[in-house]
Design a protein around this ligand. Sequence first.
Ligand code: GLN
Length: 543
Amino acid sequence: MKTKFIFITGGVLSSLGKGLAAASIGALLKARGMTATIQKLDPYINVDPGTMNPFQHGEVYVTDDGAETDLDLGHYERYLDVPLSQKNNMTSGRVYHNVITKERRGDYLGGTVQVIPHITDEIKNAVKSMPNGEDVALIEIGGTVGDIEGLPFLEAIRQLRSELGSENVLYIHLTLVPYLAAAGEVKTKPTQHSVKELRGIGIHPDIILCRSEVDLDEDIKRKIALFCDVDRDAVFTAVDVKSIYQLPLSFYNEGLDQKIAIMLKLPAKNCNLDSWRQLNHTLENPKGETTIGIIGKYVDLKEAYKSLHEALIHGGVANEVKVNLRYVNSEEITSGNVKEKLAGLDGVLVPGGFGNRGVEGKITAIQYARENKVPFFGICLGMQCAVIEYARNVMGLKGANSEEFAPEGDDNVIYLMKEWYDYRTKKTENRCEESDKGGTMRLGAYPCKVVEGTKAMAAYGETEIQERHRHRYEFNKEKFADQLVEAGLVLSGLSPDEALVEIVEVADHPWFLGCQFHPEFKSNPMHAHPLFRDFIKAARDNK
Ligand code: GLN
């Protein structure tokens, strides 16, 4: 069977949950025995989201191959349970970069390079070359219909209908149907306008998915079908759900997957949603609860910690407990108030981050967790802070720091490795302070050897693992490992050549672990990441 393409556009306003809708449709098709892959086309001009501020854009998600992608790829991997890569995320910036590189190389043989056909061709190629024999490819177009930046993408997917064959293409449009409390009714006008705009571009949606606070009744659906010229049974409600993991079940109850299967003539089997039902059952019937404090700087924008948030929920599912998350602004933590600030927390987590804002507050929180035996999990910068804290307060190296925050310091237990052998690229890499911010990080999946008899080993249960990285600085093993180990720090994960320290622990503690990688990127609702599972277990038992 040829791969069928489902294009998902959004209208009216952003943040309607297009990514989750796409991921849920993928999950449903998988539950019907189909293979599926997924791609996000992002209209912004950044080549990748790697340099974008998480305050504005949310988390940067990292794939195994080291691509820095939109956070929707995280939803995709969690819902579809398939590893994705660079080709699953394409931005306008990357499209233009490719086209301009070709132009400079003379590939266009002196022709005038234009949006149509050159930019649109580049987009079409990115879409067509993405699937690898899967039954269905879902393509989500970022932004909202009507955005200037989105036009080349919409034009490209319009052209693809005739190119791929109309029987192989389906357009789904997600819109908002607002409920006006004062009038006591829902309004379809924004949807009508949005579909009109889409049709003006030449795309006639096959299915309309209406985000709404309330279930839409038959009359409203009929009205939308009539005005937007789609089948009556091609209008679906995407009603607000309590947990994002209810979405596949909610779509299934609406019959969305059935309609897609019919329209695309997919040889779909009966839907097996047992694991999704089980997941929701556990989420709705927890046997207890535990409260985790996330000590960070982006506390005002939860999107900045999307995968982390989900991974903690997964850890809760694995232990059948509800996980309450409390975000604590590290800039407000001092040694005088740390006890108060962390009061009531069963576990403390310091996530990844860049820059020195709030770092001292994080270190103070870590010291408190270590000394008071509160389960602690440090991720990337969180692990680096844990090493600094241990060096300062246990080993007695008062000036211990990271080169990121003290470039001239002598006691940088975390430093920039000027030269290191990259297992992934199989090249010796050189880094310095002046290197390009976008290109010098250790990115993507790297192997790690887990040391026997440690908490890491108890969690993973295997000696060789692969985890995803996104950082510039490393544990200064050569200069400080011996002294830190002497002082009691356990090095429980190392690179295969033992040059890099990937996991550290404190032994005499219920659960104190820091990892240089980002385990949250590999957690899944059906099988929680082992480190999150064990961290939540320790927090649950901390009563
Ligand atoms: N800023 C630190 C580094 O570059 C940690 C990065 C992170 O936490 N992702 O090494």
